[in-house]
Structures are given as structure tokens and as C-alpha cells.
Write a protein that binds this ligand. Structure first.
Ligand SMILES: [Zn+2]
Length: 158
């Protein structure tokens, strides 16, 4: 059997699903399907597919989608509060680190000048320098502790 006949059969079958066939085409298709197992299988699998699509209950996915949406929204609200405070901490930590790195050479020059003017021993200068550099980090730690206290306070109130 020629390939064109099978193609025509599939085309007619698709057409029959969408807009219907003329009686001549319908008769031709039926005659072909009686003789051609390959096209029958093709038609059957297409019908099964269409049936599967149609038999999916629409209300279940809609309901599921709504419930999922609500759950996602609730989760987002919950984590928004938690992530806002942790984002703030990251900003503070990052800013303090950046500030420390950027200001370090300047601060060290200042410490060296003060040390040379006041004749301060180098270990004391270095300690002061380390402390200066640690101040932003200490502020960040204070911020963390403060944030935790605020969070536990609101959690206690419910
Ligand atoms: Zn065929």
C-alpha cells in the first residue's frame, strides 16, 4: 500500500475530529481502516489521547492550583519576615566588612601618625588598629543580637 494512502487516512481522520468529513471521504477512510492495521492503531491511539484529555476532571486541577497558590502565599508571608531580618544582617555584615577593608589603609596611616607623635609602642598601635577594624563587626554582632531579641519578642506575643 502506498505511503500517500496512509497519510490521506490520517489526514481524513484528523479532519473528521475537527470539521467532519464528506460521505465519500468517510467511506474511503472506513474502507482504508478495514484493510490497514497500522492506520487503525494510529487512529486508536489518537482517540485514546483525546479521551484521556477530555476525561481529566477540570475541577480537581483548578482546586489544586488554588490551594497550592494559597499555600505558597502563606509560606511567602512567613518567610518574608524571616528573610527580611536575615537580609538586613547580611547587609550590615557586608557593609561592615567593606567599610573595614576600605578604611584599613587610611586608619592604619592615622594610627601610625598618632603613634609617631605620641611615641606609642607598636603592639599597642596594632591592638588599637585591630580594635578599630573590629568595631563595625561588633556593631554587626550587636545588630544580630538586637534582631534576635526583636524576633523572639514578636514570636512570644504570637
Ligand atoms: Zn494505512
Amino acid at each position: 500500500m502506498s505511503e500517500n494512502l496512509h497519510q490521506r487516512a490520517q489526514q481524513l481522520f484528523s479532519q473528521s475530529l475537527v470539521e467532519g468529513l464528506s460521505s465519500a471521504d468517510q467511506a474511503w477512510l472506513e474502507a482504508h481502516l478495514r484493510e490497514c492495521a497500522a492506520c487503525v492503531r494510529e487512529v486508536a491511539s489518537t482517540r485514546e489521547l483525546l479521551h484521556a484529555f477530555r476525561s481529566v476532571p477540570v475541577s480537581v486541577p483548578r482546586d489544586l492550583a488554588a490551594r497550592t497558590q494559597m499555600r505558597v502565599r502563606l509560606r511567602a508571608q512567613e518567610s518574608a519576615q524571616a528573610s527580611a531580618s536575615s537580609a538586613l544582617l547580611w547587609v550590615i555584615t557586608g557593609a561592615s566588612w567593606l567599610l573595614g577593608v576600605l578604611s584599613a589603609p587610611l586608619v592604619w596611616r592615622g594610627f601610625a601618625w598618632v603613634g609617631s607623635q605620641l611615641n606609642v609602642p607598636k603592639p599597642v598601635l596594632e591592638l588599637g588598629f585591630v580594635l578599630w577594624w573590629a568595631v563595625p563587626a561588633l556593631i554587626a554582632v550587636a545588630g544580630v543580637l538586637h534582631q534576635r531579641a526583636v524576633n523572639s519578642g514578636t514570636a512570644g506575643k504570637g
